[in-house]
Design a protein around this ligand. Structure first.
Ligand code: ZN
Length: 235
């Protein structure tokens, strides 16, 4: 197990792309893992290859550090969960007070599978873009959940795993600012152009902040963060 390598949960969305850049900035070797579980926004996964290619040419040391990509199929998760992210259903607030896009157990499974893969690859650092600052209230994005999961994984595999979440305590405007800090304007432009966030998988409508339907919760969060970041830059 090496402290100098990290496996990044990489979906092709804005948050995981910033996390990938963050990891490339810090670790000597970085690999990526993606999950296919029948999500409606599979457009996101289609952007992964493009983004990896672009990131590896953006800064020379990023290209040297970026290792293989892994794609894991979890169709059972899509079949098990009755959510607006995996079915053609309305995106709304459920009786539990959570958006109907919440896929129960998703991040728990993702990290557990990622840990099994990292174990085989000799890595013990797992990086994910979860955030509980301005999020949709998903309980599996909370720091407490992920710290406990990290402990369970470490005990269960008898290895010292760390679940690292660089975006946990910053808001969406902060994520844009971090991206700029890591890779300058070329990187923020790349995020606008090539990362995908929209839950409905729409890439035919272009806004200043990127592509998407413009009205689903994911588009709202992304647009709001962009506006706030623009304001912060002007003031
Ligand atoms: Zn949308």
């Amino acid at each position: 197990m090496t402290e100098n390598a990290a496996l990044v949960l990489f979906s092709g969305g804005q948050d995981s792309t910033v996390c990938l850049a963050w990891a490339l900035d810090r670790y000597q070797r970085v690999e990526t893992v993606g999950f296919s579980y029948g999500q409606r926004h599979a457009a996101e996964l289609g952007q992964r290859h493009t983004l990896r290619e672009s990131l590896s040419t953006l800064l020379p040391h990023w290209g040297e550090r970026l290792g293989p990509d892994h794609m894991l199929e979890l169709p059972e998760l899509g079949r098990l969960s009755d959510t607006a992210l995996t079915r053609d259903a309305e995106i709304e607030l459920t009786a539990a007070g959570l958006p109907s896009t919440f896929v129960p157990s998703r991040n728990l499974l993702f990290f557990t599978y990622a840990a099994a893969l990292a174990y085989r690859r000799g890595m013990c650092i797992l990086v994910g873009g979860m955030c509980e600052t301005d999020y949709s209230g998903y309980p599996d994005c909370r720091n407490e959940t992920l710290q406990a999961l990290g402990k369970a994984i470490s005990l269960g595999m008898d290895a010292d795993f760390a679940l690292v979440t660089p975006l946990m305590w910053i808001d969406k405007a902060g994520t844009w600012a971090l991206a700029e800090q890591l890779g300058g304007t070329p990187f923020t432009e790349l995020i606008v152009e090539d990362t995908h966030t929209c839950y409905l998988g729409i890439r035919s409508r272009r806004h200043t902040w990127g592509y998407g339907c413009g009205h689903c919760p994911a588009c709202h969060l992304r647009a709001k963060g962009w506006e706030k970041w623009q304001q912060q830059k002007r003031s």
